[in-house]
Design a protein around this ligand. Structure first.
Ligand code: TRP
Ligand code: ZN
Length: 890
């Protein structure tokens, strides 16, 4: 059993570090660090006699001195976790020399080599791999960073803050000094060195100051930085305009690297990005990439206030910065899209992701509240729950309080907590003070895990024009939480007439009809009954509009009512949701038909609903593309009591084919109509047209249309942008066409030298189906792990090939003989030796093992046990995932 850390065990730090001066002598094999800490006992510590503890992992201690006197071995203790110095009961100066090896650092935490460059990643606990320090977010210090390095290898040397001095040394090396004016926790420290080039620009802030912005990359990537820099400018402007927050630095830098564990990192003034979240041009980035890059650039920039200036007391509070900052980046993207229908499409995509990933996480062994109560390894809690559900919780607050009051609360949160390391309570308190509301029930969203189900039943009294609506909320038991208290759930209600018009929503006893439209209610009890009057006809219910609350809603609608909403709901989210529901149910029906070997037609209701949406001239192409997209197989399977990935796949294929066949001419017409002329631009309008064209081509191709096949082939060769080229390649790879191999080889030859493209190519390979007569995709994936353009040390390669295969290709991964699982176990163990954070992500692919049909479930269990058997070799990261997957469910 791994060591568990509990939220309730928090103790204030025994010592504070006012200032830290770091001196680096850079060397990829062995970098020398001299660190000088001005330390003083913390008056708020409960234990004044506690020794000074400095975390340190994989660093070699050279010497340690206290107030100028070198300590000998008996005066401190050193173990695998750090350095303990007793007797520091008054302010003191601690001077430490130590070394570490960037090249040996395959975990990519701390300072590591990325090609010939050096990069840092300190969140959550990487700083302890650079030097000895109290590595916890509630110790805030002022940093001075001196970097010395060869002008040949490290012509560019960057750290947080302002460059104050720069000089040549006698030995020919260069030395630079940075001073960061803002106290910060060590997880926000950053250092970058190498042969980098930049795209730079001045930018005028609202308050009249002019700042320097720059994006730093390898020379061959300079032509992919324009969108990054422009996104940064938009993010700065938006934070000023929407939240009144100014950039507090003279200089703001972004760095991109191909070797990075996650998306990006908000180091103060020196954000570091995974190349895939930063670099774009029409040849290497799709429309979705352009949008994502803008969103991630925004996300990291917005952290400057929600994360850096107001930071975390401890890691249990992670959602305080992440949930809030995801909410902010979602709003940023929506505002950049502008037009209401484009905003709705953004909301739909965010909810699709929440359902596909977070709802699944919350129904498995890793289920945790957005603020967990315990963890073994904090890196395992950078989850969709903490991030995406965390953002939903913030969004609910805005919905409940209204935008204006929410903004007042936000301003207050920033003003009161600036410069402090705080807990989630600080946010709720600011909102309570701004609104005058008691939010103690709302706080359940922070404490309870599991996705609430809201079940709605109605009874209609035609004579009285009265509708009685009962809403019941239940939340399933989750690990450690057998019983749940009711949540405070925002509950928007709208009624539609048979003509599709919104009706007034009037409660019994109210004198006048309110204006027609949505009315916001709140559910606070397990069961709430509303009585509505003044209705001339039985209305169709449109509930939880805009996905106001992250719940699973059973509105009790029949198929006709769902189809009615798909055709008529003026709320675009609910309209999409209804069409999506019809498609999911159609796949369920076909899956059942396959299992029972009783062929069944795909319901004409679904085909008709799809045709109506496709033809409707009032709907945007972007909306049509999301509304008609096939729901993912995993999402569908998640609703089955026992998952049979092969039956679901067969059902899925049948629905797609039927939709394509029945609406073939409409799809072909749409594909022709949606051609985008002119130079490539990733605007929402053009991106929407491309998305709809490719969706239509996909259905027509699935229906076996030779014309579609020709159009796809032509598109692959003639496309002016990656969106269209990649879509064409993917459609071919997912079909049985013999021509697909040539196209795949052609793409590989053209993309070989560009890591961003190689990763996309690998994902297409990993997620494609196999057809009778073809070898299973597993064989192909295994072969690709041995090819020269794949490295187990590169996280993007691992995500693109292995994680994509484990997580996004259920019918190929879940082979009946368990060979997919054996391969998974082998890869997890290999990754575990190289990069524990990445290994732990890959390890989660078997989380849901209990949900599968018995034969598969047993084999998954065996694979988990085979990894567990290597316990002594497992990193704490992987050990926690495996242990939780195997533990009893509750
Ligand atoms: N704080 C980062 C973000 O969300 C994410 C992050 C946490 C991270 N730990 C990391 C990124 C480790 C890279 C590596 O913006
Ligand atoms: Zn973040």
């Amino acid at each position: 059993m791994g060591k568990t850390i509990h939220r309730g065990d928090y103790r204030a730090p025994s010592h504070l570090v006012e200032t830290i001066r770091l001196e680096f002598d850079l060397d990829a094999d062995e970098t020398l660090v001299k660190s000088t800490l001005e330390v003083r006992p913390n008056p708020e510590s409960a234990d004044p006699s506690a020794p000074l503890f400095l975390n340190g992992e994989d660093v070699k201690l050279v010497s340690v001195a206290l107030d100028g006197r070198e300590l000998h071995e008996g005066e401190y203790t050193l173990d695998a976790h750090g350095l303990t110095i007793p007797g520091v009961t008054a302010p003191a100066s601690v001077e430490i020399r130590s070394t570490f090896s960037p090249k040996a650092n395959t975990a990519l935490s701390g300072i590591y080599a990325s090609g010939a460059n050096l990069m840092s990643q300190c969140e959550a606990q990487g700083f302890r791999r650079i030097t000895f320090f109290p590595d916890r977010p509630d110790v805030l210090s002022r940093y001075t960073t001196v970097i010395r390095g060869s002008t040949e290898t490290y012509p560019v040397m960057l750290s947080n803050g302002n460059l104050t001095t720069e000089r040549m040394l006698d030995d020919g090396r260069r030395e630079v000094t940075y001073v960061d004016p803002f106290p910060k926790p060590c997880y926000l420290f950053a250092l970058v060195a190498g042969r980098l080039v930049s795209r730079a620009s001045k930018f005028d802030l609202k308050d009249g100051r002019t700042v320097d912005l720059s994006v730093w990359v390898d020379p061959q990537d300079l032509d992919k930085t324009e969108h990054t820099l422009e996104s940064l400018k938009r993010a700065i402007r938006w934070d000023e305009e929407r939240w009144g927050l100014e950039l507090d630095l003279k200089d703001f830098k972004i760095v991109a690297t191909n070797d990075f564990n996650f998306g990006a990192m908000e180091n103060k003034g020196l954000n570091i990005f995974n190349a895939r979240c930063a670099l774009a041009n029409p040849a290497v980035a799709t429309d979705a990439d352009y949008e994502r890059i803008e969103g991630v650039v925004g996300h990291e920039y917005f952290h400057n206030w929600t994360g850096d200036r107001v930071t975390l007391r401890d890691w249990f509070q992670l959602t305080l910065k992440e949930g809030l900052t995801v909410f902010r980046d979602q709003e940023f993207t929506a505002d950049m899209l502008g037009e209401p229908s484009a905003r709705a499409v953004k909301r739909i995509r965010d909810v699709e992701y929440l359902r596909a990933a977070q709802f699944v996480e919350d129904a498995g062994p890793m289920s945790h509240p957005i603020r967990p109560e315990s963890y073994q390894n904090i890196n395992n809690f950078y989850t969709v729950t903490v991030y995406e559900k965390g953002a939903e919780v913030i969004r609910m607050l805005q919905t409940l309080l209204g935008r204006e009051v929410f903004r007042k609360g936000f301003d207050r949160y920033i003003a009161v907590n600036d410069g402090h390391a705080v807990t989630c309570e600080a946010f709720l308190k600011a909102m309570e003070e701004a609104s005058g509301r008691d939010l103690s029930q709302f706080a359940n969203w922070y404490a309870q895990s599991g996705t609430p189900r809201v079940t709605v039943r109605t009874s209609w009294d035609a004579a009285a024009g009265r509708l009685t609506l009962t809403a019941e909320q239940t939340t399933p038991a989750t690990p450690g939480q057998p019983v749940k208290r009711p949540f405070l759930i925002p509950f928007p209600v709208a009624f539609l007439s048979a003509a599709g018009e919104e009706l007034p929503v009037r409660l019994a006893g109210e004198a006048d009809d309110p204006l027609p439209g949505t009315r916001m209610f709140e559910l606070t009890e397990e069961r709430t009954t509303f009585v509505f009057e003044g209705l001339a006809e039985k209305p169709v219910l449109s509930l939880n509009r805009g996905f106001a609350a992250p719940v699973i809603l059973d509105a009790g609608l029949n198929d006709e009512e769902t189809a009615f909403l798909a055709a008529n709901d003026p709320d675009p989210f609910n309209r999409w949701n209804a069409m999506n529901r019809l498609l999911i149910d159609a796949v369920h029906a076909q899956t059942r038909a396959k299992l029972l070997r009783q062929p069944e037609e795909v319901s004409p209701l679904v085909i008709g609903a799809a045709a109506q949406i496709l033809k409707n001239p009032t709907l945007s192409p972007a909306f049509k593309a999301v509304a008609l997209a096939m729901p993912g197989e995993k999402l569908v399977a998640e609703e089955d009591p026992l998952i049979d990935p092969h039956a679901v796949h067969a059902g899925w294929v049948a629905v797609r084919q039927a939709l394509g066949e029945k609406n073939l001419s409409a799809f072909l017409e749409t594909a022709a109509e949606m051609v985008v002329e002119g130079p490539y631009e990733p605007t929402p309008e053009k991106a929407g047209r491309r998305a709809l064209r490719n969706l239509a081509l996909g259905y027509a191709h699935a229906a076996g249309s030779p014309r579609a096949a020709i159009m796809i082939k032509d598109q692959f060769h003639e496309a002016t942008n990656l969106t269209d080229r990649l879509a064409a390649l993917q459609m071919m790879a997912n079909s049985q066409t013999p021509a697909k191999q040539d196209m795949e080889v052609e793409a590989l030859k053209a993309w070989y030298n560009e890591p961003l493209l190689i990763n996309k190519w690998l994902t297409i390979q990993a997620t494609s189906p196999s057809f009778p007569g073809e070898p299973p995709v597993l064989e192909r994936v295994k072969e690709l792990t041995r090819c020269p353009f794949f490295s187990m040390k590169n996280p993007n390669n691992v995500y693109a090939l292995l994680c994509a295969f484990f997580q996004q290709n259920p019918s190929e991964f879940h082979l009946a003989d368990g060979s997919g699982y054996a391969f998974w176990a082998e890869m997890v163990l290999e990754l575990n030796r190289i990069n524990p954070q990445v290994a732990a992500r890959a390890a989660r692919a078997l989380d849901q093992w209990r949900r599968y049909t018995p034969a598969l479930s047993r084999r998954m269990h065996e694979a988990l046990l085979s990894v567990e058997a290597k316990k002594s070799e497992l990193s704490p990261n992987v050990a926690e995932i495996i242990e939780k997957a195997l533990a009893n469910p509750l």
